[in-house]
Design a binder for this molecule. Structure first.
Ligand SMILES: O=C1O[C@H](COP(=O)(O)O)[C@@H](O)[C@H](O)[C@H]1O
Length: 259
């Protein structure tokens, strides 16, 4: 049985700084234990704010960036240089500032990349990347990611798996093309919920009152078809990292004093 924990921070700035610190500690521990680590990155305001805080932290140098595999949970299928692209935002916030090994940065294809505007080919190619990096102990075509960072939408989407969409019903493929997303841009590539559930730890990061209903529904047993983030669970641990506004509809969680 996977552990589910909820940690609430006084405000979004404290959350970003504290999650960045938590990430450094966990990565250092993982690298000490097994030499390398893997992280799935998320797009979205909170996820990018965490990377920005990590860049600013002197403790970031404790991580051996060259022994880190980086993946993405989803990507907006736009040109490589488009500011909406999750990879571009992550590079600007952090990856361009630390000595990552380019061969271990596994980005999803852009719409002006090698597959052109064929989003199905881009999704299939990313599924092959995952399969190529899976180890025998992963027992399948998806690496056992150490930490998967995910954001969520007010309607309950996570990665680019939206409520009642074809992606939320996917049980076979690890990566899918997503069309007609209710949130722009409309075309995306996303890990599926079964692929996300191969992660050892899933960290769900969000802030703001607009997310409070989705958080409360997910934590009270909503179904993943209606509230996809409810289906994002780690094999070892699922950690919800919230600010007070996003946690506003939860009872029985420790609420820190307002900073
Ligand atoms: O479009 C996306 O949105 C979600 C949530 O973003 P936020 O800005 O509302 O926190 C994000 O998790 C996902 O990766 C991204 O592509």
């Amino acid at each position: 049985m996977t552990d589910t924990e909820v940690v609430v921070y006084a405000n979004p700035e404290l959350l970003a700084a504290a999650v960045a610190a938590r990430l450094v500690t966990r990565l250092v521990d993982l690298q000490a234990a097994k030499g390398s680590a893997s992280v799935v990155l998320t797009g979205g305001g909170t996820g990018i704010a965490v990377l920005d805080q990590l860049r600013r932290s002197p403790a970031r140098d404790a991580v051996d960036w060259s022994r880190l595999d980086l993946y993405w949970g989803d990507e907006r299928f736009v040109p490589a240089n488009d500011g909406e692209r999750n990879e571009k935002q992550a590079r600007e916030a952090l990856l361009d500032h630390v000595p990552v090994d380019p061969k271990r940065v596994h980005a999803m294809a852009a719409s002006d990349g090698e597959f052109g505007d064929d989003v199905d080919a881009a999704a299939a190619a990313y599924a092959r990347v995952l399969a190529d990096n899976a180890q025998p102990e992963d027992h399948g075509d998806v690496p056992g990611f150490d930490i998967t960072l995910l954001g969520l939408g007010g309607e309950g989407h996570t990665a680019s798996v939206f409520p009642e969409s074809p992606a939320v019903h996917e049980t076979e493929r690890s990566v899918v093309a997503v069309r007609n997303c209710p949130k722009p841009p409309p075309t995306r590539v996303s890990l599926t919920l079964p692929a996300i559930r191969r992660s050892h730890d899933v960290w769900l990061l969000t802030t703001g009152a607009a997310k409070a209903d989705a958080v409360a529904l997910a934590l009270s047993g909503a179904g993943e078809v209606q509230v996809p983030v409810a289906g994002a669970r780690g094999q070892r641990r699922t950690l919800w990292l919230l600010d007070k506004a996003a946690a506003g509809k939860l009872s029985n969680v420790y609420q820190p004093p307002t900073a």
